[in-house]
Design a binder for this molecule. Sequence first.
Ligand SMILES: *Cc1c(COP(=O)(O)O)cnc(C)c1O
Length: 473
Amino acid sequence: MQYVSTRGGMAPSNFSDVLLEGLAPDGGLVVPVEIPTVDAATIESWRELTYPQLATEVIGLYWTDIPREDLAELCQAAYGDQFNADDVVPLTPIDQMAALVDLSQGPTLAFKDMAMQFLGEALPYVLKQRDQTLNILGATSGDTGSAAEYAFRSKPNIGVFMLSPKGRMSQFQRAQMYTLTDDNIHNIVIDGVFDDAQNLVKELNGDLDFKAKHSLGTVNSINLGRLIAQSVYYFWAWLRVTTGIPADQREGFSVSFAVPSGNFGNVFSGQLARQMGLPIDTLVLATNENNVLDEFFRSGKYEPRSAANTLATSSPSMDISKASNLERFIYLVLGQDAQALAQAWEQLDSNGTLDLSEHQPRFQQEFGMVSGTSTHEDRVATIRATYEKSKVVIDPHTADGVTVARGYQKPNQPMLVLETAKPEKFTDIVNEALGFEPELLPEYAKLLELGQHTVELGTEAQALREYIALHYV
Ligand SMILES: *Cc1c(COP(=O)(O)O)cnc(C)c1O
């Protein structure tokens, strides 16, 4: 299997090469030359597999330049005992025809662990083979940074330099990240806001000499390895749901998924699974008040917003104004024509908007994609209604998914809502909805007592350069 850029400016490369890359060299995103397909009998033959075994099968369709035994070992290590549930991704019914797909059993209690734990095994493997090192430089306002730190802690050939804005993260998020004591994890607290941290990352990445000398890189949301690792749980969830129906009705049995969305990574993984042949009827994309993606799916017009026009909501991990993975979907809409995509992006860059309204009917007809917006009031009402009906406490991101899913449920068709975080991480809104706070598991409560290890720096790039020069691997 070979990989190219959505904009056409990259020689076909294999998976191990693109795993280490963020953007393609021409500024586009990496995509498979052709999306692999699996037939119904093959999917059926995966029914009894454990999660790591299923991951080996699905990822193995994409990562073809690795011995199968090695991939199986990486998947076993990634989806082993770091997850709180033995079966890694349990399903929880919330009514007769709807269930949560629990992607938040990993060490940071959010779905980013599903992909990051895989990279935590896959990247050291590739680096070792190539005798290379990688120093991950990132900025975080919460979930991504902690998922990366837990995935790469104490991993060989890897350093993690994670910038976070001073005083802007929740007590739980700080405890989770800052209590790590691994030598290769560097929590750098920036005396500024998230954008200041982000700008420092950009500045150092723009300094090509410094970047090369210190092997700087990223594991951001456009990394192809993350998207492919995320496709696995769509297969897993379909296999679990169809286990409950008679064997002769399973083949081609359609289910729908609802996906709380931000950068369009999770739902794009679902689109990949659908194109691979998994019987997905509809992919319901849920946004919060930052609904640039809902606008796109309804009108066909994509108009990214500025950071200043991005609202701070009670489902903060979905507060985006520009969906970095949307380019991959538009590439599919344009028939995998890199030249057409490159032109579309020139139009977007010069006009600030991209008009694909002539293709809009195809989003649902051909790609099964629909969308909706959920607000703070919706989240509160949905957290309450879900608790009253099923005694399950959900987090605000999942609540956005449930809210929007309710508008698209079809009779006799399961609706699977991806549970992207645990409510313990977002106690304020849960308290508002239910009048009590979800209790932390003891091992997480303990973190709040431990000492924290951070380095504080200002917003000047020079101090950060000096720190990295002293500590990189
Ligand atoms: C990252 C995140 C999302 C959004 O996922 P995308 O892949 O960016 O669309 C939703 N919910 C939670 C809790 C997240 O951390």
